[in-house]
Every structure is written in C-alpha cells, then in structure tokens.
Design a protein around this ligand. Structure first.
Ligand code: FE
Length: 272
C-alpha cells in the first residue's frame, strides 16, 4: 500500500522523494540532523552521513522492497471446496509476511554489529538472521502455494507424471504418500526436485524455515497450517487435502519441474 505526502510517496518502510528511494529510517535520520542544526553539503546529501555513534552499523545499501503478488483471482473466481472466506484471510497473512520481510531487511541495514558484541546465544543480528528466513520463506512458500492453486486438479501429465512414476513407483502411490504427508506435518509439504540426487522427493516442514534440504527446488507446495483450512473444514484436514487436489494446477507444477530440470546439474555435480 502506498501513501503520499507533499511530493513524496511512502511505500511500506520506504519513501520516494527527490527522485530516489530512501528508507524511512534514513528519512527520519536526515530530519533529525536537520532539526539539530546540522548543515549537510549537497555531496553529503547524496550520501547521507552516519552519526559517530552508529559507525558500527551494517549500513548496507537499501534493497528494493519485496512486493506482494496479486492472487485475488483465487477469490474472484471461487474454487470448489476452497471458499473466498478461507482464501481472503490467508492472503492477508501472506501480505503480513511480505511486510515483515521488508521490516527485517531494513533492520539488517542498521543493526549494530559491535554493541552488544556478536554472540550466538543472543544478539539482535542473530534474531534478525533467523527471522529473516522465517519471514521470507513465509512469502516464498505462500507464493508457490497460491501459485499452484486455481487449476483443474485431476492428474499430472508430462515430465511431472514421469518424474512421479520414477520416484514414487506409480501415481497412486504418490497420491497416497502425498496425502499421508499432508496429515503428518504441521506447516508444509513440499514435493521438490532434489538436484543432488536427481529425483522428485517429498519433504515436510513444521515451520516456514524448517526443514527443506539444500538444493531442492519446490514443485508442488501444500500449506497444511490450520489457517489454510479451518474456516472451511474445521479439523477435517483430510477433506481439505481432497479440496487442494481438486484445485491444484499441475501445469504450473510441471513448469516448475521443467525449469528445475533445465538447470541440468542433477547429481553429485550439483554440489560442485
Ligand atoms: Fe499459510
């Protein structure tokens, strides 16, 4: 969401003014310096000075904010078994992860690296690094989840069907395994292309940032947090899994797999 104030545009934690993007912290800092009588040269304004007390901050360049994708078609064209009342708050939750990701990125830009001393038991940088993975995966997995909804369900075809046969033995065995996995996990089921062993495998997560191994490209993404189904199904997760499979877009999943396989480095060389 954007707001405007006299020649500037505020976007989340960023403000566009004088033709460039500034973090809100940067804007506030410049305002504070001006209010304190500090006189900045034009050169200093182009590269804002940092107060002496903050020389230990990370001070990265502001990154571009993460923007929420538009999945409103899942509401305007209701799915069978996944109502707009279920999807709408879920989309708001996703937008919250986008906002938190941007907030954490901004905080990483200004975190103090020396006071207190970096420490693996507690340090603001440690907390930011941990929650960065939670917030950003909250964004990415929801985009992959909503992105593979809105389809016609049925059965996968093409490369995806072949990879499922090769890895799981048959489509029936895959479906049984997928649904059972959906009942076992507390967060996500990810069917992904594992570049290290060149196979499609199922992985389970209890949180956004645990536990998908490295070198796995998500192909089918299923959200099994209670917020994904309780409005429509209460505690009947099995009915939700059936509804997901009625609306999954296998074409999207197939494209993801094709893109992953095109990288062409499946096998031990994937970790070279
Ligand atoms: Fe979710």
């Amino acid at each position: 969401m954007t707001t405007e104030k006299r020649g500037t545009e505020v976007f989340g934690n960023f403000e566009v003014s004088e033709g460039r993007l500034k973090t809100r912290r940067e804007v506030l800092l410049m305002g504070a310096l001006a209010a304190g009588g500090a006189v900045m040269s034009s050169a200093a304004q182009a590269a804002p000075s940092v107060p002496q007390s903050a020389v230990s901050v990370a001070a990265f360049r502001p990154s571009q904010p993460v923007l929420a994708k538009d999945f409103n078609h899942l509401v305007s064209k209701p799915m069978e078994g996944l109502s707009p009342k279920q999807i709408e708050p879920h989309l708001k939750l996703y937008q919250g992860y986008v906002a938190k990701t941007n907030e954490i990125h901004n905080a990483l830009n200004t975190v103090d690296l020396t006071t207190p001393a970096p420490n693996a038991t507690y340090h603001p940088l440690r907390e930011l690094l941990m929650e960065q993975s939670y917030a950003l995966n909250g964004v990415v997995y929801h985009e992959l989840y909503f992105g593979n909804l809105g389809g016609a369900g049925g059965m996968p075809t093409g490369d995806l069907a072949n990879a499922i046969d090769a890895s799981f033995g048959s489509m029936g065995k895959f479906m049984d395994f997928f649904k059972a996995s959906g009942k076992c996990m507390r967060g996500w089921v990810i069917v992904g292309w594992n570049e290290r062993d060149g196979q499609l495998r199922a992985y389970g997560l209890d949180l956004h940032n645990m536990w998908v191994p490295a070198k796995v490209v998500p192909v089918v993404v299923l959200d099994v947090y209670e917020h994904a189904y309780m409005i429509d199904y209460g505690i009947n997760r099995g009915a939700y899994l059936d509804a997901f499979l009625k609306n999954v877009d296998w074409n999207v999943c197939n494209r993801r797999l094709e893109m992953a396989m095109k990288l062409g480095h499946a096998g031990p060389e994937a970790t070279a």
